[in-house]
Design a protein around this ligand. Structure first.
Ligand code: SF4
Ligand code: SF4
Length: 392
């Protein structure tokens, strides 16, 4: 059963490439962002349009490899390749881009990006747990606010910042409502559709409109479910995807596993569930920049040491989404997620007693057949588990 609201998400990136050009011509400023750690609230409070520049496609990687080492994470090479070739309209129209000192590859890439665009890099602490980390990160919020005010010639008032906090909270609430549809069994939305909708939503120039779109989609899926529309069956194996970020163009693992009859019912990674619960208490009267610093330090990303929050979140999601198995996706040369995979596998296999597989790959299609063979065996193992549970 086609979902009208879902179809509206499919060409959002292309439509918004046109809208962003018009917005620029109308005098709006555009700020490109690369990572979930970027406080979008500050960009919105500055009256600028935040756009995601995270590269998810293979096409520009060969260009990036002229300057960057080949054995670097594809996400970094793709992002840099789009900038180098000027083939991403969102990078093209960005007045300023914001980076963070997350992993080594990204922070060194931002050094090269300075030659192509005005770049502001935030110094992210390595650990989220100490008072010194919060002081540093709060200071970085203050520094970003000053930079945005000076560069965009605007004043970011407390009132505007609190409005932006509300808007981002609302967007996270809407996304959580969407993802939570799949707590139901059978699930209501495939992993591919869920990823497509959330990825495309990131390109909308109007955050209020995109919240309405997500709410409309959730309402439509609930209606369809009441009429019997479901994405999987009672026995469809339910997969939790974790690991590195994923988007349109880098979705091959979801595509393969779903073509084999399983369903990715939840995604823990960036763009998925990782941040939907990180909402700021709007009644908290403290300095909003401090509230932003506290919020963003709670992101359970592998660049933090230690990163206990990710394991806690995964443990919770296994219950909430009635998960049968976990796939941990690691982009090649992403050391932080690669190393954490051991702890994730211990949690999934030993504590939760569930099948686990780590997939290390890149954006190319060269290993597609090998992946298919490995994932086929993995899905069969889940199906056997189901049959075992049913006493067959
Ligand atoms: S995985 Fe970590 S470094 Fe990568 S986008 Fe997400 S928060 Fe940023
Ligand atoms: S996937 Fe890993 S290596 Fe790539 S940008 Fe994110 S943290 Fe860095």
């Amino acid at each position: 059963m086609p979902l009208n609201h879902l179809e509206k998400f499919r060409d959002l990136r292309e439509k918004n490439a046109v809208l962003i050009k018009e917005a620029k011509e109308g005098g709006r400023k555009v700020v490109g962002i690369y990572c979930t750690y970027c406080p979008r609230e500050l960009v919105l409070a500055a009256g600028a349009i935040p756009v995601s520049l995270c590269g998810t496609r293979e096409a520009p990687i060969a260009h990036a490899e002229r300057e960057l080492p080949r054995n670097l994470c594809p996400l970094i090479k793709s992002s840099y390749g789009f900038a180098l070739t000027d083939t991403c309209p969102f990078f093209h129209f960005s007045d300023l881009v914001i980076g963070e000192t997350t992993c080594d590859g990204k922070k060194k890439m931002f050094e090269r990006l300075h030659r192509l665009k005005e770049v502001h890099v935030m110094n992210l602490p390595n650990s989220a747990d100490t008072a010194a980390s919060l002081t540093l990160w709060h200071g970085e919020m203050i520094r970003l606010k000053s930079r945005l005010e000076a560069f965009l010639r605007v004043s970011i008032t407390e009132e505007k910042l609190r409005e932006a906090i509300h808007l981002v909270n609302e967007e996270k609430r809407a996304l959580k409502d969407l993802y939570d549809l799949n707590r139901r069994k059978p699930a209501l939305l495939s992993g591919l559709d869920m990823m497509m909708a959330s990825f495309q939503a990131g390109f909308h120039v109007d955050r209020r409109e995109v919240i309405r779109m997500i709410d409309g989609l959730v309402a439509e899926i609930r209606d369809a479910a009441a009429k019997g529309h479901i994405a999987g069956g009672e026995k469809t194996p339910r997969v939790l995807l974790t690991g590195t970020p994923i988007g349109m163009g880098s979705e091959k693992v979801i595509e393969i596993v779903e073509s084999l009859g399983a369903l990715v019912v939840a995604m823990e990674n960036c763009g998925g569930y990782k941040t939907v619960d990180l909402r700021i208490d709007e009644s908290d009267p403290r300095d909003p920049l401090l509230l932003l610093a506290e919020k963003y330090l709670r992101i359970p990303c592998s660049v933090m040491s230690p990163n206990r929050g990710r394991l806690e979140l995964l443990d919770r999601m296994v219950d909430d989404f009635r998960i049968d198995s976990v796939i941990d996706l690691t982009w090649q040369a992403c050391h932080t997620y690669n190393i954490e995979s051991f702890d994730v596998s211990t949690l999934v296999k030993e504590k939760r007693g569930l099948p686990f597989i780590q997939i290390e790959t890149d954006y190319s299609q060269a290993d597609r057949e090998t992946l298919r063979v490995r994932l086929e065996a993995f899905v069969e193992m889940m199906e056997e588990g189901h049959r075992g549970n049913c006493g067959h």
